[in-house]
Design a protein around this ligand. Structure first.
Ligand code: ADP
Ligand SMILES: N[C@@H](CCOP(=O)(O)O)C(=O)O
Length: 325
């Protein structure tokens, strides 16, 4: 259950009051998520003079950022606005009557977002895989036009540092595989000139909502930062197009790449570096999942331990991707 900051009805009503979006009609803590506190909130807009729609209620998500620094939240809210202005399906924070999107709740940063329609996918069709690739390419096109700078909390420097800390804690065969794979990848990466910008870094299926075949909202930008676009795409493919044993599902893999290329054609170097990028993305999540288990005190996310994800899955994906190189 991802509600760490418990809010009373009166807290939520006064929070909502800053926005002029009607009176509180209902609220419910959101069970999904591991990092922040989220509530679904609905308001009654029937008394609002400005309301032109026929609906009686509007739906929002109230987020309390449990661990992020205020300056980081500020960056993410601005970035969401940039993506929203560029036409990407994201939920940009509402601005209150004083012109601010960033609030404070119990001393922590907080914001109000429109609630997006759509649901999470259990099984991905090739049409949905195509849409996911296309929407990521659109996001990268917007990012390529901006010179924003932000360190992703789990960038390659973090991976390298975490590997060093993990080596004494994991079995010898895994330690060897991790060391060799990482060193080989880092030695090969500079051969390629790979375009970069602000990337999502964690676009797993649980961070996207779908209406039918279309992405209705990309969620959870709170690990975004500078990185290579091809690496972001590899993170997506490893989650959306892997079988249980880590093997690539050819149809979904092809559909994601076709969707991506239909919006932003990959460069020759991005294509040549593709197996390497998938390996890097696999190492990153093998390492973060190992870290949650072996170094829990370093994991800043309050719900990480209760929602532990299986590191072996990403080791299997790494081994399968190495066979493609
Ligand atoms: N704007 C939104 N519209 C609809 N659902 C949302 C929205 N924001 C969050 N959610 C729901 O809340 C869940 C948790 O949000 P997320 O940002 O992933 O949390 P956390 O940062 O804690 O991991 C999402 O998986 C989604 O189901
Ligand atoms: N998608 C990740 C969970 C989020 O991980 P984080 O390391 O970016 O906080 C996974 O499935 O491991």
């Amino acid at each position: 259950m991802a509600v760490y900051t418990v809010l009373e009805e009166s807290d939520i009503a006064s929070f909502i009051g800053r926005y002029g979006v009607g009176t509180l009609a209902g609220y419910q803590g959101i069970g999904d998520g591991i990092e922040n506190t989220n509530y679904f909130v609905s308001t009654d807009v029937s008394q609002l003079a400005s309301e032109t729609s026929t609906a009686d209620q509007r739906q929002f998500v109230l987020t309390v950022f449990e661990e992020l620094e205020r300056s980081d939240v500020e960056f993410y809210l601005n970035w969401l606005q940039v993506l929203n202005d560029g036409g990407l399906p994201v939920a940009a924070a509402l601005v209150d009557s004083h012109g601010s999107s960033l609030q404070t709740v119990e001393g922590k940063p907080a914001a109000l977002f429109p609630r997006a329609s759509g649901g999470h996918l259990d099984n991905v069709t090739v049409e949905q895989a195509f849409s996911a690739g296309a929407v990521m390419a659109k996001m990268h096109l917007i990012a390529a036009q901006h010179s924003a700078q932000h360190d992703s909390p789990k960038n390659f420097a973090w991976v390298e540092d975490s590997i060093a800390k993990l080596l004494p804690l994991i079995d010898d065969a895994d330690a060897q595989l991790l060391t060799d794979s990482w060193q080989q990848a880092m030695a090969t990466l500079p051969q390629y000139e790979l375009p970069s910008g602000i990337i999502h870094t964690d676009l797993f299926r649980d961070n996207a909502l779908f209406d039918g075949d279309d992405v209705s909202c990309i969620l959870d930008f709170y690990s975004a930062g500078n990185g290579r676009f091809g690496y972001d795409l590899a993170v997506l493919v490893n989650d959306w197009a892997s079988e249980q044993d880590g093997e690539l599902n050819d149809d979904k893999h092809r559909a994601i790449l076709a969707g991506y290329d239909s919006v932003k054609a990959r460069s020759q170097d991005e294509i040549k570096a593709w197996p390497l990028l998938m390996q890097l993305a696999a190492i990153r999540f093998w390492v973060s999942r190992l870290t949650t288990i072996h170094l829990p005190s370093l994991d800043h996310r309050p719900g990480a331990l209760t929602q532990t994800k299986n590191p072996e899955q990403y080791k299997a994906i790494l081994l399968k991707r190495q066979q493609l190189a």
